[in-house]
Design a binder for this molecule. Structure first.
Ligand SMILES: Cc1cc2nc3c(=O)[nH]c(=O)nc-3n(C[C@H](O)[C@H](O)[C@H](O)COP(=O)(O)O)c2cc1C
Length: 315
Protein backbone atom coordinates (compact mmCIF):
# COMPACT_ATOMS: atom_id res chain seq x y z
CA UNK A 1 0.00 0.00 0.00
CA UNK A 2 1.37 3.39 -0.98
CA UNK A 3 1.39 5.84 1.93
CA UNK A 4 0.77 9.47 1.06
CA UNK A 5 3.27 11.52 3.07
CA UNK A 6 2.62 14.69 1.06
CA UNK A 7 2.86 17.76 3.24
CA UNK A 8 1.18 20.95 2.09
CA UNK A 9 2.09 24.30 3.56
CA UNK A 10 0.12 27.05 1.89
CA UNK A 11 1.58 27.28 -1.65
CA UNK A 12 4.29 24.72 -0.97
CA UNK A 13 3.84 20.98 -1.60
CA UNK A 14 6.51 18.70 -0.14
CA UNK A 15 6.76 14.96 -0.71
CA UNK A 16 7.14 14.29 3.01
CA UNK A 17 7.44 16.22 6.30
CA UNK A 18 11.11 15.48 6.98
CA UNK A 19 13.63 18.30 6.96
CA UNK A 20 16.81 19.26 8.80
CA UNK A 21 17.17 21.87 11.54
CA UNK A 22 19.25 24.92 10.67
CA UNK A 23 22.95 24.56 11.44
CA UNK A 24 22.93 20.80 11.96
CA UNK A 25 23.36 19.47 8.43
CA UNK A 26 26.46 21.13 7.02
CA UNK A 27 26.27 23.86 4.41
CA UNK A 28 25.72 21.89 1.20
CA UNK A 29 26.59 18.23 0.52
CA UNK A 30 28.38 17.16 3.73
CA UNK A 31 25.76 14.50 4.53
CA UNK A 32 25.38 13.19 0.99
CA UNK A 33 27.29 10.00 1.83
CA UNK A 34 24.59 9.06 4.37
CA UNK A 35 21.35 10.56 3.09
CA UNK A 36 19.84 10.85 -0.37
CA UNK A 37 18.97 14.56 -0.21
CA UNK A 38 16.29 14.10 -2.86
CA UNK A 39 14.30 11.98 -0.41
CA UNK A 40 14.02 14.87 2.09
CA UNK A 41 10.81 16.89 2.09
CA UNK A 42 12.88 20.09 2.29
CA UNK A 43 16.26 21.39 3.40
CA UNK A 44 16.69 24.22 5.90
CA UNK A 45 20.07 25.91 5.55
CA UNK A 46 22.50 27.05 8.20
CA UNK A 47 21.61 30.65 9.15
CA UNK A 48 22.93 33.16 6.61
CA UNK A 49 23.91 36.67 7.69
CA UNK A 50 24.66 39.67 5.46
CA UNK A 51 28.34 39.80 6.42
CA UNK A 52 30.57 36.75 6.97
CA UNK A 53 30.84 35.70 10.62
CA UNK A 54 33.76 33.78 12.11
CA UNK A 55 31.60 32.57 15.00
CA UNK A 56 32.68 32.23 18.62
CA UNK A 57 36.04 30.93 19.77
CA UNK A 58 36.52 27.19 20.49
CA UNK A 59 35.42 25.14 22.33
CA UNK A 60 31.92 25.90 21.22
CA UNK A 61 30.13 22.59 21.61
CA UNK A 62 29.93 20.27 24.57
CA UNK A 63 27.97 17.12 25.27
CA UNK A 64 25.45 17.13 28.15
CA UNK A 65 23.10 14.52 29.58
CA UNK A 66 20.65 13.76 26.76
CA UNK A 67 21.83 16.59 24.57
CA UNK A 68 24.49 19.16 23.82
CA UNK A 69 25.33 22.81 24.30
CA UNK A 70 26.48 24.91 21.37
CA UNK A 71 27.82 28.42 21.09
CA UNK A 72 28.71 28.41 17.40
CA UNK A 73 27.83 32.09 17.03
CA UNK A 74 26.26 31.91 13.56
CA UNK A 75 29.49 31.12 11.74
CA UNK A 76 28.87 31.46 8.00
CA UNK A 77 30.48 32.98 4.95
CA UNK A 78 27.80 35.62 4.45
CA UNK A 79 25.14 36.42 1.87
CA UNK A 80 27.36 37.06 -1.11
CA UNK A 81 29.18 33.73 -0.77
CA UNK A 82 25.86 31.91 -0.31
CA UNK A 83 24.41 33.42 -3.47
CA UNK A 84 27.53 32.76 -5.48
CA UNK A 85 28.58 29.30 -4.25
CA UNK A 86 25.70 27.57 -2.44
CA UNK A 87 22.64 28.60 -4.46
CA UNK A 88 23.97 26.90 -7.64
CA UNK A 89 24.33 23.65 -5.65
CA UNK A 90 20.76 23.81 -4.36
CA UNK A 91 19.45 24.83 -7.79
CA UNK A 92 20.93 21.69 -9.30
CA UNK A 93 19.71 19.54 -6.40
CA UNK A 94 16.10 20.61 -6.86
CA UNK A 95 14.96 19.88 -3.29
CA UNK A 96 12.62 22.49 -1.72
CA UNK A 97 14.81 24.99 0.09
CA UNK A 98 14.12 27.02 3.22
CA UNK A 99 16.85 29.58 3.87
CA UNK A 100 17.47 30.55 7.46
CA UNK A 101 18.38 34.22 7.84
CA UNK A 102 19.46 36.55 10.64
CA UNK A 103 20.32 40.25 10.63
CA UNK A 104 22.01 42.50 13.12
CA UNK A 105 19.63 45.34 12.22
CA UNK A 106 16.16 45.62 10.71
CA UNK A 107 17.83 46.88 7.52
CA UNK A 108 19.90 43.71 7.32
CA UNK A 109 16.79 41.54 7.69
CA UNK A 110 15.20 43.56 4.87
CA UNK A 111 18.29 43.16 2.70
CA UNK A 112 18.31 39.39 3.19
CA UNK A 113 14.61 39.15 2.32
CA UNK A 114 15.15 41.15 -0.85
CA UNK A 115 18.17 39.10 -1.86
CA UNK A 116 16.27 35.82 -1.55
CA UNK A 117 13.18 37.27 -3.23
CA UNK A 118 15.47 37.39 -6.26
CA UNK A 119 16.10 33.63 -5.91
CA UNK A 120 12.51 32.45 -6.05
CA UNK A 121 13.35 29.80 -8.61
CA UNK A 122 15.53 28.01 -5.99
CA UNK A 123 14.33 29.22 -2.58
CA UNK A 124 10.83 28.35 -1.35
CA UNK A 125 10.71 29.94 2.08
CA UNK A 126 12.65 31.92 4.66
CA UNK A 127 13.09 30.95 8.28
CA UNK A 128 13.73 34.04 10.38
CA UNK A 129 16.21 33.24 13.13
CA UNK A 130 15.34 35.62 15.94
CA UNK A 131 17.88 34.25 18.43
CA UNK A 132 20.57 36.43 16.88
CA UNK A 133 23.11 38.85 18.37
CA UNK A 134 20.89 41.81 17.60
CA UNK A 135 17.98 40.71 19.72
CA UNK A 136 20.22 39.25 22.38
CA UNK A 137 22.39 42.35 22.71
CA UNK A 138 23.22 43.09 26.33
CA UNK A 139 21.20 45.77 28.04
CA UNK A 140 18.28 45.60 25.67
CA UNK A 141 15.16 45.57 27.82
CA UNK A 142 12.27 43.25 27.16
CA UNK A 143 10.00 45.77 25.44
CA UNK A 144 12.81 46.98 23.22
CA UNK A 145 13.73 43.39 22.41
CA UNK A 146 10.17 42.59 21.45
CA UNK A 147 9.95 45.74 19.34
CA UNK A 148 13.08 44.70 17.44
CA UNK A 149 11.77 41.20 16.89
CA UNK A 150 8.53 42.53 15.42
CA UNK A 151 10.37 45.05 13.22
CA UNK A 152 12.67 42.31 11.92
CA UNK A 153 9.78 39.99 11.13
CA UNK A 154 7.81 42.74 9.40
CA UNK A 155 10.84 43.79 7.35
CA UNK A 156 11.25 40.23 6.06
CA UNK A 157 7.57 39.68 5.38
CA UNK A 158 7.24 43.01 3.54
CA UNK A 159 10.40 42.36 1.51
CA UNK A 160 9.44 39.09 -0.13
CA UNK A 161 6.68 36.95 -1.58
CA UNK A 162 8.44 33.82 -0.28
CA UNK A 163 6.75 31.95 2.57
CA UNK A 164 8.11 33.17 5.90
CA UNK A 165 8.50 31.31 9.19
CA UNK A 166 9.60 33.01 12.42
CA UNK A 167 11.78 30.77 14.59
CA UNK A 168 10.98 31.06 18.28
CA UNK A 169 12.62 29.98 21.50
CA UNK A 170 11.36 30.30 25.07
CA UNK A 171 14.46 32.48 25.53
CA UNK A 172 12.60 35.28 23.70
CA UNK A 173 9.95 35.44 26.44
CA UNK A 174 6.41 34.11 26.57
CA UNK A 175 6.28 32.02 23.37
CA UNK A 176 2.51 32.26 22.89
CA UNK A 177 2.40 36.02 23.50
CA UNK A 178 5.30 36.63 21.09
CA UNK A 179 3.84 34.26 18.52
CA UNK A 180 0.58 36.21 18.56
CA UNK A 181 2.37 39.52 17.91
CA UNK A 182 4.61 38.01 15.26
CA UNK A 183 1.71 36.48 13.36
CA UNK A 184 0.09 39.92 13.23
CA UNK A 185 3.08 41.05 11.11
CA UNK A 186 1.86 38.67 8.41
CA UNK A 187 4.35 35.79 8.56
CA UNK A 188 3.05 32.49 7.23
CA UNK A 189 4.12 30.21 10.04
CA UNK A 190 6.35 29.49 13.01
CA UNK A 191 9.40 27.37 13.65
CA UNK A 192 9.34 25.98 17.18
CA UNK A 193 11.75 25.78 19.06
CA UNK A 194 15.31 27.06 18.89
CA UNK A 195 17.72 26.05 21.67
CA UNK A 196 17.31 26.83 25.38
CA UNK A 197 20.20 28.61 27.07
CA UNK A 198 22.27 26.53 29.46
CA UNK A 199 25.76 26.10 30.90
CA UNK A 200 28.26 23.39 31.80
CA UNK A 201 31.19 23.82 34.20
CA UNK A 202 34.55 22.09 34.26
CA UNK A 203 34.99 21.32 37.96
CA UNK A 204 38.80 21.23 37.65
CA UNK A 205 39.29 24.65 36.08
CA UNK A 206 36.05 26.14 37.47
CA UNK A 207 35.51 27.48 33.99
CA UNK A 208 32.81 26.94 31.41
CA UNK A 209 33.23 23.91 29.19
CA UNK A 210 32.60 26.34 26.33
CA UNK A 211 34.64 29.44 25.49
CA UNK A 212 31.47 31.41 26.40
CA UNK A 213 29.62 31.15 29.71
CA UNK A 214 26.42 29.91 28.08
CA UNK A 215 25.39 27.85 25.10
CA UNK A 216 22.18 26.66 23.47
CA UNK A 217 20.87 23.35 24.77
CA UNK A 218 19.49 20.97 22.14
CA UNK A 219 18.74 17.28 21.70
CA UNK A 220 16.46 14.83 23.56
CA UNK A 221 16.75 16.93 26.75
CA UNK A 222 14.54 19.67 25.23
CA UNK A 223 12.04 17.43 23.43
CA UNK A 224 9.23 17.62 26.02
CA UNK A 225 9.46 21.43 26.02
CA UNK A 226 9.44 21.59 22.21
CA UNK A 227 6.52 19.18 21.99
CA UNK A 228 4.51 21.26 24.41
CA UNK A 229 5.12 24.49 22.47
CA UNK A 230 4.36 22.92 19.09
CA UNK A 231 1.08 21.63 20.54
CA UNK A 232 0.21 24.98 22.08
CA UNK A 233 0.99 27.17 19.06
CA UNK A 234 -0.87 24.82 16.71
CA UNK A 235 -3.90 24.79 19.01
CA UNK A 236 -3.87 28.53 19.56
CA UNK A 237 -3.10 29.83 16.06
CA UNK A 238 -3.64 26.98 13.52
CA UNK A 239 -0.69 28.16 11.39
CA UNK A 240 1.98 26.02 9.69
CA UNK A 241 4.62 24.91 12.18
CA UNK A 242 8.14 23.59 11.63
CA UNK A 243 8.99 21.53 14.70
CA UNK A 244 12.50 21.08 16.09
CA UNK A 245 13.74 20.07 19.50
CA UNK A 246 15.10 16.63 20.13
CA UNK A 247 13.53 14.78 17.22
CA UNK A 248 15.81 11.75 17.23
CA UNK A 249 13.67 8.68 16.57
CA UNK A 250 10.56 7.57 14.72
CA UNK A 251 8.60 7.72 17.98
CA UNK A 252 9.68 11.34 18.54
CA UNK A 253 8.62 12.23 15.00
CA UNK A 254 5.21 10.57 15.46
CA UNK A 255 4.62 12.47 18.71
CA UNK A 256 5.30 15.79 16.98
CA UNK A 257 2.95 14.86 14.12
CA UNK A 258 0.22 13.86 16.58
CA UNK A 259 0.35 17.28 18.26
CA UNK A 260 0.06 18.88 14.83
CA UNK A 261 3.57 19.65 13.47
CA UNK A 262 3.62 20.26 9.73
CA UNK A 263 7.36 19.82 9.16
CA UNK A 264 9.77 17.84 11.33
CA UNK A 265 13.27 19.32 11.48
CA UNK A 266 15.86 16.80 12.65
CA UNK A 267 18.76 18.59 14.36
CA UNK A 268 21.21 17.30 16.97
CA UNK A 269 20.30 13.72 16.00
CA UNK A 270 22.25 14.26 12.73
CA UNK A 271 25.47 14.44 14.80
CA UNK A 272 24.70 11.16 16.57
CA UNK A 273 23.43 9.29 13.51
CA UNK A 274 24.08 11.01 10.18
CA UNK A 275 21.37 8.88 8.55
CA UNK A 276 18.76 9.89 11.19
CA UNK A 277 16.49 11.63 8.66
CA UNK A 278 16.38 8.54 6.44
CA UNK A 279 15.63 6.22 9.37
CA UNK A 280 12.89 8.49 10.68
CA UNK A 281 11.27 8.83 7.27
CA UNK A 282 11.29 5.05 6.70
CA UNK A 283 9.92 4.54 10.21
CA UNK A 284 7.01 6.93 9.67
CA UNK A 285 6.08 5.10 6.50
CA UNK A 286 6.28 1.72 8.26
CA UNK A 287 4.12 3.02 11.12
CA UNK A 288 1.44 4.29 8.73
CA UNK A 289 1.44 0.95 6.93
CA UNK A 290 1.11 -0.96 10.21
CA UNK A 291 -1.68 1.30 11.41
CA UNK A 292 -3.36 1.18 7.98
CA UNK A 293 -3.24 4.97 7.58
CA UNK A 294 -3.43 6.01 3.95
CA UNK A 295 -2.18 9.50 4.54
CA UNK A 296 -0.31 11.46 7.20
CA UNK A 297 -3.30 13.74 7.48
CA UNK A 298 -5.02 10.95 9.43
CA UNK A 299 -2.29 11.24 12.07
CA UNK A 300 -1.40 14.92 12.07
CA UNK A 301 -3.12 16.82 14.86
CA UNK A 302 -4.88 13.69 16.16
CA UNK A 303 -3.83 14.35 19.78
CA UNK A 304 -6.59 13.78 22.34
CA UNK A 305 -6.29 16.40 25.12
CA UNK A 306 -6.42 15.27 28.74
CA UNK A 307 -9.78 15.50 30.46
CA UNK A 308 -10.13 18.76 32.35
CA UNK A 309 -12.07 17.06 35.19
CA UNK A 310 -10.39 15.44 38.18
CA UNK A 311 -8.25 16.57 41.07
CA UNK A 312 -4.77 15.88 39.63
CA UNK A 313 -2.21 18.38 38.40
CA UNK A 314 -3.81 20.31 35.53
CA UNK A 315 -0.94 22.49 34.33
C1 LIG B 1 25.49 22.91 16.41
C2 LIG B 1 24.18 23.61 16.23
C3 LIG B 1 24.10 24.71 15.38
C4 LIG B 1 22.89 25.38 15.20
N1 LIG B 1 22.84 26.45 14.36
C5 LIG B 1 21.65 27.09 14.15
C6 LIG B 1 21.56 28.16 13.23
O1 LIG B 1 22.52 28.53 12.55
N2 LIG B 1 20.35 28.76 13.09
C7 LIG B 1 19.23 28.37 13.78
O2 LIG B 1 18.16 28.95 13.61
N3 LIG B 1 19.30 27.33 14.65
C8 LIG B 1 20.47 26.70 14.84
N4 LIG B 1 20.53 25.63 15.71
C9 LIG B 1 19.29 25.19 16.39
C10 LIG B 1 18.62 24.03 15.63
O3 LIG B 1 18.26 24.40 14.33
C11 LIG B 1 17.39 23.49 16.36
O4 LIG B 1 16.36 24.45 16.33
C12 LIG B 1 17.67 23.14 17.82
O5 LIG B 1 18.95 22.55 17.97
C13 LIG B 1 16.62 22.19 18.40
O6 LIG B 1 16.56 20.99 17.66
P1 LIG B 1 17.40 19.66 18.06
O7 LIG B 1 17.18 19.45 19.53
O8 LIG B 1 16.83 18.58 17.22
O9 LIG B 1 18.82 19.94 17.73
C14 LIG B 1 21.73 24.94 15.90
C15 LIG B 1 21.81 23.82 16.74
C16 LIG B 1 23.01 23.15 16.92
C17 LIG B 1 23.04 21.96 17.81
Amino acid sequence: MKIDLTTRIKTLTLKNPITVASGTFGTTDEYAGYVDYKKLGAIITKTITVKPRAGNPMPRICETAAGMLNAIGLQNKGLEDFLEHKIPYFKKLGVPLIVSIAGETTEEFAKLAKAFEGQRDVVNALEINLSCPNVEAGGVNFMKKQERILEAVKAVHDGTRLLTFAKLSPELGDVLAIAEQILKQGVDGLSVINTLRGMAVNIGSRRSKLAKDFGGLSGPAIKPVALRYVYQVKKEFQVPVIASGGISSVKDALEFLIVGADLLAVGTANFVEPAATREILNGIEAFCRRERLKSLDELRGSYKPAEEKGSGCKS
